[in-house]
Design a protein around this ligand. Structure first.
Ligand SMILES: Cc1cc2nc3c(=O)[nH]c(=O)nc-3n(C[C@H](O)[C@H](O)[C@H](O)COP(=O)(O)O)c2cc1C
Length: 480
């Protein structure tokens, strides 16, 4: 019988594909581990496994979600088909989880109750220089939606504030933010479990923009092609993923708000907020648990958030408005604030309509670039070329001043002297598609269509082929 999908199975897959760096020398959590993960980021953002962590008996792995191809391969899909695949799974759902007894669930080999919990014993790392403290960065938070009864998961930054307390920064427009807001109004706590380390499908499913009627544990099963194994919580009434590495169980008090942050975020600026406090009721883990760290100012944060989660939702929303939309991409180097859209235009105004649909569907997006179907949006150089040779600012630029801004964009402006969180920003749309009228000239291209795809392997010797292929793979920024 093949082993249940878990973090170890995936690390073996990375090992086999030469995508895992293993470090046996002593390393510290005070920023040293983060610095090493950042240092190797430009070389394909490999995952790094630290076997010997000073002050901890647990190994630490980071950089797991560094590239799109790694995320796609984790769930057995080709990179370029994953957005469509994710939309189909959300539509069709997946198998219900199967429950296994607590005494055979690896994640409960060790159970520390409230008395024994000492969060500082876990190897939380320091990531950015002005971070206010140590944070859980890879934790997938699971909670029950009080309206539908389904399990919902998401990832949120969580600052460690005491021996067994932490803050949970779930934005009010996320499902967990809504659960917490309703619990606040009803005067009751919210039970949660925080999953640190599991098969990547667990985190990937947490980023899918599914309606709360769809149980996220079923989506994990759909991504894995087999039901997720769960076990009852030790102190909470929640199904806990049985094959996780470490789980923190706890209760969020929605009325007890504390300041958290600053914390270095996906835009490489700091975020901070008022967030409710969670009191941990148990820490459960495997006897030989691997601690999973995620670097927040690294390609892996944006990659996991965008791919397929935010990009799939964007594709669906823009396509609903403009049927000729073929593909979308939110490039990593755009700080998650810009989007490329590829469209086969059917109407003259399809470009501008796609801009409006993109901005309306995702409030993080600030700049939208729309190009024709002959431009590969996975190649920044082609998008830039289209922008230069097909775009006329006086005709094709859409400017929308004073739209909703976000705190992690330091150029957003405050508009309310009473509020540091109410921000506006200017949004731009670049319609770089060719106008239908007057007729746009043909581009200069390869002489004969038959040479469109040259098979280099039949012309180059092995060394030259390797060299060319490694240049090609580094043409994009790390992780793309
Ligand atoms: C590494 C990582 C960290 C994240 N941190 C936060 C956070 O601190 N606060 C937040 O509201 N969303 C955060 N997100 C985004 C949410 O996890 C994500 O949007 C999720 O889909 C929310 O679920 P929902 O909108 O489907 O409810 C993070 C995403 C990732 C990948």
């Amino acid at each position: 019988m093949s082993p249940a999908p878990d973090l170890r199975v995936f690390l073996d897959q990375l090992r086999a594909g030469d995508e895992l760096i293993e470090i046996h020398r002593a390393t510290r959590t005070d920023g040293e581990i983060s610095a090493i993960v950042k240092e190797v980021e430009p070389a394909g953002a490999p995952a790094v496994l630290f076997h010997n962590v000073v002050g901890s008996d647990l190994p630490v792995v980071a950089g797991v979600f560094g590239t799109r191809s790694r995320i796609a391969s984790a769930v057995g899909q080709p990179q370029y088909g994953l957005l469509e695949h994710a939309l189909t799974l959300i539509e069709e759902g997946g198998p219900a989880p199967v429950t296994v007894a607590r005494d055979v669930a690896p994640v409960q080999q060790i159970v520390q109750d409230a008395e024994d919990v000492e969060l500082a014993r876990l190897p939380f790392g320091v990531h950015s220089k002005d971070d206010a403290g140590t944070y859980i960065t890879s934790g997938v938070v699971l909670a029950r939606d009080d309206l539908t009864g389904t399990i919902n998961t998401g990832m949120y930054r969580m600052m460690i504030t005491g021996r067994r307390t932490l803050t949970v920064n779930a934005a009010p427009d996320h499902d967990l933010g809504r659960v917490i807001a309703r619990a606040r109004a009803a005067g009751r706590p919210v039970e949660i479990a925080i999953v640190i380390g599991h098969h990547p499908a667990y985190a990937i499913a947490s980023q899918l923009k599914n309606p709360t009627s769809v149980d996220t544990h079923e989506l994990v099963g759909a991504l894995l092609g087999a039901p997720l194994r769960v076990t009852p919580g030790a102190t909470v009434d929640l199904p806990i993923p049985a094959d996780a590495e470490i789980v923190l169980e706890g209760r969020v008090d929605p009325t007890n708000m504390e300041a958290e942050g600053p914390f270095g975020e996906f835009s490489y600026y700091y975020g901070s907020a008022q967030a409710p406090v969670c009191t941990v009721t148990a820490v459960t883990r495997r006897a030989d648990a691997i601690f999973h760290d995620l670097h927040p100012t690294h390609a892996e944060h944006r990659c996991l958030w965008l791919f397929p989660g935010r990009e799939a939702r964007l594709l669906q929303a823009v396509r609903r408005s403009v049927p000729g939309v073929r593909d979308v991409r939110i490039p990593f180097m755009g700080g998650s604030l810009s989007a490329y859209i590829q469209v086969e235009k059917q109407k003259q105004a399809d470009g501008t309509q796609a801009i409006l649909a993109a901005l309306a569907s995702d409030h993080f997006i600030k700049h939208v670039y729309v190009v024709d179907e002959d431009i590969d949006i996975h190649d920044d150089q082609q998008v830039l070329w289209a922008l230069n040779v097909r775009f006329q600012a006086g005709r094709d630029l859409m400017v929308l001043p004073n739209q909703k801004g976000i705190r992690m964009d330091p150029s957003a402006r405050r508009v309310n002297p009473e509020s540091a969180t109410e921000l506006v920003t200017d949004k731009l749309g670049f319609d770089a598609t060719r106008p239908f009228f007057p007729a746009f000239p043909d581009r200069a291209d390869r002489p004969v269509a038959a040479y469109a795809d040259v098979n280099l392997a039949s012309f180059l010797d092995e060394n030259d082929l390797d060299r060319v292929q490694s240049w090609l793979s580094f043409r994009q920024g790390a992780g793309e």
